[in-house]
Every structure is written in C-alpha cells, then in structure tokens.
Write a protein that binds this ligand. Structure first.
Ligand code: 5RP
Length: 235
C-alpha cells in the first residue's frame, strides 16, 4: 500500500503501521482524529478483518466513528468502555518532552478526554511536526458559543501577561459560519509563534470562563512514532 503514496502520506502511513504493532487482541482502543489517525484506523481495521482481533474502539470524533465502522471496528462510547488500554492519535506539533499541540482538526476536546482515560497514548506524526518549542502551529481553544466574543477578549487580555510573541486570536470559520465542534462549541485559534511555558499556558487558559479546553497536551503522551517520507520510522 505504501509504495504508491506521496512522501507525506507514506510518512503518516508508516508511523501508523508501526504504532499499530502495539495493539493486542482484546484491547479497548482510543481512536484519534485526522489524516494520520485515519491510517491507524485502517490498519486496526485490517487486524480485525484479517487477523480476527476483537477490538473495542472509542472514536474521538464523528468522522473517526464513521471510518472505524466502515473498517469493521466495534465502536462504543467512552462511558461504555470506561477505561482504555491504549489511544493512538496524531498531533499538530510535538516537542522533546512529548508535549503536544492538537486540535488542528477540531477534535481536541474528545481527544484529550479519551487520551487521559487511557493507560498509554501513542502519537503518530510525520517528522515535520517535531519542534524545539511549541507554538508555531496556532493553539486551538475550544469555547462555548454563548458570549464567545467576551471569552475571546478575556483570552487576549490573558495573553498579555504570558511569555508569548504573538497575541492574535481568530475564530475558526467554516466558510461564512463559525466552525462548530462535535460538542457544539467554537474554536478560537491563538497565533502565538512560541509558547515559553506550555504548562502554565494550558492551566491559565482553562481558568477563563467560557473556555472548555485547550489544545495543549501536557504529560499525556507516552510515545511518539515519527514517520519519514522515505518509509523510515523512529520512536
Ligand atoms: C485533530 C488533531 C489531529 O490529530 C491533528 O490535527 C493532526 O492531524 P493530521 O494527522 O491530519 O496532520 O488534533 O483535532
């Protein structure tokens, strides 16, 4: 399958394939969202259909739920699964401490809940996602629609007190309308350039009324599997 792929898709595919080697028969598995995670879902589907693995999948978005069902994976909600053995998901950025920015695909809330309810989280990523310091990728902040402009103003005010280069905050759009998450919320993307203290940023953002969750995953990821366009993989 990997032979006909573009280098970027090959990098995503080989990372997904390697991470799926951690999957065992009978596992309750958190299924991430995004183009890299989609490769992982397809690979898990192969284990189910071709090797007879009994996998219970908890998807992190409606998109992933649809794909998982198409691939023959049994899909349940998190409350039915209760606790997960492993979550495999993509990321928008990761640093040397395995801290992440996630939410480029808008699924950060379910992704963080599911990853936190897992014994282990493996991130799969192409090599371009590795950074020395998080923040070049816009940091997604999920907010409730009620009073979102006030919440945005409070976020901007808070950024003034933090060690960040940029302070621009933009409402994520879907054409002419705000982008709406699976939970019915909006996303405000923060264009920061560099996040000096990601742990502090994550804590401070979640204290603002109206903020539901932020896309910083601190101390959640256990392993990053990095795929390269030439098919090489490293962990
Ligand atoms: C979705 C995410 C994705 O994992 C992240 O955006 C990476 O996506 P892709 O694998 O398509 O680059 O956090 O909310």
């Amino acid at each position: 399958m990997a032979a006909e792929l573009s280098p970027i898709d090959k990098a995503k595919f080989v990372a997904a394939k390697r991470a799926v080697e951690f999957v065992e028969d009978g596992m309750r598995l958190g299924l991430g969202t995004g183009s890299t995670a989609a490769w992982m879902v397809r690979c898990v589907g192969e284990l189910v259909r071709e090797e007879g693995y009994r996998i219970t999948g908890v998807p992190t978005s409606s998109r992933t739920a649809d794909l998982a069902r198409q691939c023959g994976i049994t899909v349940v909600g998190l409350d039915e699964a209760k606790w997960l053995d492993l979550t495999i998901d993509g990321a928008d950025e990761f640093d040397g401490q395995l801290n992440l920015i996630k939410g480029g695909g808008g699924a950060l809330l379910q992704e963080k809940i599911v990853a936190t309810a897992s014994d282990q989280m493996i991130v799969i990523a192409d090599a371009a996602k590795e950074v020395s310091q998080l923040g070049a990728f816009p940091l997604p902040i999920e907010v409730v629609p009620f009073g979102w402009q006030t919440t945005k103003a409070l976020i901007e005010e808070t950024l003034v007190s933090l060690d960040v280069l940029g302070r621009a905050a933009t409402l994520r759009m879907n054409g002419d309308a705000p982008y709406v998450t699976d939970e019915g919320n909006y996303i405000i993307d923060l264009h920061l350039g560099r996040i000096g203290n990601a742990r502090q940023m994550a804590l401070v953002m979640n204290q603002i009324p109206g903020v539901v969750e932020n896309g910083l995953f601190i101390d959640i990821c256990d392993i990053v599997v990095i795929g390269h366009g030439d098919g090489k993989v490293e962990t």
